[in-house]
Design a protein around this ligand. Structure first.
Ligand code: GLA
Length: 669
């Protein structure tokens, strides 16, 4: 039987995590009826069901899952069937104490939550393959099966002896011999020179600062270890029925030891979970950034464009440190359609029904503890209808003239405690550049270094600390082809091993930028330095010397007072900008708007009022303009075409309701 990917019939995916194992069968039937009422067409099942699928080692109880999948199929709802390997049952941990994870401090964790295993432990890997194999054998040809969802949010880490042995094997593969490793890690410093592989360990708690090269390689190694745990499951699922796509849901966050760009070539679909961490407009900024990041991985990861999907999002509350904030009416819909606007193949929630107990009992759900007669359910059903009206429009190509580089390893390297300042944050700087452009109405791609820069006239390197020779070559090729470049502080300071590129910062890009940085002057959290022309710099400042570039603005105070803060260097017909501090938001927005303008990139919808997000996507039928009104007032936007959500013809001006969304099939101009 040929199983088609859920998005292949032109419909957008709509659904979420469903946990029938938490409920008796009469609730399953009620759930499926409610799903149909809400327009749900895809549900993720089985994510944490291992102890219900294998209550004792080797004894499998699958009848309930048979019934669940049959019920879904009869209702015309498809399943993203999970392997449950993110949550081994209690019997597994008791039987295999060596498979429990060990923290960097040497503490072995115990069973009691989820994700409590070491991904390098042979017993864990055997058990994971075994349960995945059982599911593959039973369900690979089930008519409800649309997608395999392996595991859940790979991201836990371990420092146990299994992990350490695997690290040594990985290092042997990477470096070949100890001389190369000693060189890469600069072990001449602090007497760390290794003479035997047995001396090389995982970076456990140590007396003072750990070796930056060792820490960085351990992160890379662990990302590869988790990836191999994924690919071995994927391979056996694929072997059971090659027609069913396989993926795993990415968890975003600076703690995650996964290089998602490297994983992109191993999945059939990029799936991200997205939960904003702030309740103010930052939630909308984060949503746009996460979606653009996912699109970048999907477009560039595999060397072939893959689809991407919002695999989890909250139907209601935003969880911030300390409390949950209710999403105001319409906000869930705006967040969901912001992902669709930026190319998602659909919208999935965590979770369908709120559990009656368990650690996440108060996490929001489409069907809450109050049932389905709720504002949240009604909004979810309305969104289901809206997604139905957008059928046939996805995914297309999002129009973006700027590319922002994003590199997990640079983020990891900047977190080393021996940096000139605490809190250095490459993902945060990428998000800051994206936010500045978002407020300017300019859509950006977020791409891994080395990705094809098709269409991007301006490339931004935001504190892209590590620069391999290949990355330098990639940047140079962009500039040689007439592209503009904007580089911020701390970019290109080190090579891929976190060794400093000498001769003045930023060693990788000095020539291109026409500057030489002599000294860093990191700022305190609450410190600002004034810049000429208005605005301030934060976080960081530097002593910059011109070496061909011209000055755009000057430090009007602080340690580098009187020296250039922002410069630009004419390279052919383009500019290579250097920004040696983090400008305040307004200054950064103006700076990036100007750099984009000079590169020939203008806002997506120049006449859209402030607070209206505009994203244009091109598909085979022409262009679609998505308008998201994040204000509490109606907003008028000049546009002509056909509004898909209401079915109204738009003659020249469209009024988008407060907090509302419009999707306009534009008239060809
Ligand atoms: C993640 C997990 C879910 C759940 C949600 C809560 O995305 O995959 O199981 O814990 O977070 O926000």
């Amino acid at each position: 039987m040929t199983t088609k990917a859920p998005w292949s019939d032109g419909r957008l995916c709509y659904g979420g995590d469903w946990n029938p194992e938490q409920w008796p069968p009469q609730v399953w039937r009620e759930d499926v009826a409610l799903m149909r009422a809400a327009g749900i067409n895809l549900v993720t099942v089985g994510v944490f069901a291992w102890s219900r699928l294998e209550p004792e080692p080797g004894r499998h109880t699958l009848d309930w899952l048979d019934r669940v999948l049959d019920l879904l199929h009869a209702a015309g709802i498809r399943a993203a069937l999970s392997t449950p390997t993110a949550s081994p049952p209690p019997w597994f941990s008791l039987r295999h104490p060596d498979a429990l994870p060990v923290t960097a401090d040497g503490v072995r964790l115990t069973h009691g939550s989820r994700d409590t295993y070491c991904a390098a432990a042979p017993a864990y890997r055997d058990a994971a393959r075994s349960i995945a194999g059982v599911l593959a054998a039973r369900y690979a040809h089930h008519p409800a099966l649309a997608l395999w969802h392996v595991h859940n949010e790979y991201g836990t880490t371990c420092h146990c002896p299994h992990a350490e042995a695997a690290f040594r094997r990985w290092l042997t593969g990477r470096y070949g011999d100890l001389d190369a490793l000693n060189d890469a890690w600069v072990t001449s410093f602090w007497s760390q020179h290794y003479t035997d592989w047995a001396q090389v360990g995982a970076p456990r708690a140590t007396q003072y600062l750990a070796n930056p090269g060792q820490l960085l390689d351990f992160r890379r190694f662990w990302s590869d270890t988790l990836l191999s745990a994924y690919t071995e499951q994927r391979d056996l699922l694929r072997a059971a029925n090659p027609a069913v796509p396989v993926t795993t849901n990415y968890v975003l966050g600076d703690w995650v030891p996964v290089d998602h760009a490297r994983w992109a070539r191993e999945v059939d679909l990029i799936a991200i979970d997205h939960y904003p961490s702030t309740a103010d407009l930052g939630a909308e900024e984060q949503t746009a950034f996460a979606a653009d990041l996912a699109r970048g991985w999907a477009r560039h990861g595999a060397g072939r464009p893959a689809p991407w999907l919002l695999a989890e999002s909250a139907p209601n509350q935003i969880h911030t440190a300390g409390r949950m904030h209710t999403k105001e009416p319409g906000r869930m819909t705006r967040h969901s359609l912001a992902h669709v606007a930026r190319g998602s193949a659909g919208v999935m929630f965590f979770q369908w029904r709120a559990p009656a107990g368990g650690a996440e009992r108060f996490h929001s759900a489409v069907v809450s503890h109050a049932g389905a007669d709720t504002r949240v359910f009604r909004e979810a059903a309305a969104l289901g209808a809206a997604l139905g009206r957008l059928a046939g429009t996805a995914p297309g190509r999002v129009e973006a003239g700027v590319a922002i580089a994003y590199d997990a390893a640079s983020g990891w390297a900047l977190r080393h405690p021996g940096m000139p300042r605490a809190g250095l944050d490459h993902p945060g700087e990428a998000a800051a550049a994206h936010r500045a452009l978002w407020h300017a109405g300019v859509t950006a791609d977020v791409v891994p270094p080395g990705a094809p820069l098709d269409g991007a006239r301006l490339l931004v390197l935001p504190a892209l600390y590590l620069a391999s020779d290949a990355t330098i070559d990639w940047v140079r090729r962009h500039v040689d082809a007439g592209g503009h470049l904007l580089v911020t502080w701390l970019s290109g300071v080190a090579d891929e091993h976190a060794r400093i590129r000498l001769g003045g910062y930023p060693g990788a890009y000095r020539d291109l930028l026409g500057v030489r940085v002599e000294e860093f002057h990191p700022l305190a959290d609450d410190e600002e330095v004034p810049l000429t022309g208005g605005g301030t710099g934060r976080i960081w400042s530097e002593t910059v010397h011109l070496a061909g570039a011209e000055t755009v603005s000057v430090y009007a105070g602080g340690a580098p007072a009187g020296r250039p803060a922002i410069t630009r260097h004419r390279v052919g017909d383009a500019y290579a900008w250097y920004v040696s501090t983090r400008p305040d938001d307004d200054t950064y927005r103006r700076l990036l708007t100007e750099a984009a303008r000079l590169a020939g990139v203008t806002p997506t919808c120049p006449d859209a009022p402030p607070g209206v997000e505009a994203v244009r996507r091109h598909d085979t039928d022409g262009s679609l303009l998505h308008l998201l009104n994040h204000t509490d007032r109606p907003q008028r936007v000049p546009v002509a075409g056909f509004e898909l959500l209401t079915g109204a013809t738009v003659d020249g001006v469209l009024t988008v309701a407060p907090g509302g969304v419009a999707v306009v099939r534009e008239e060809p101009s």
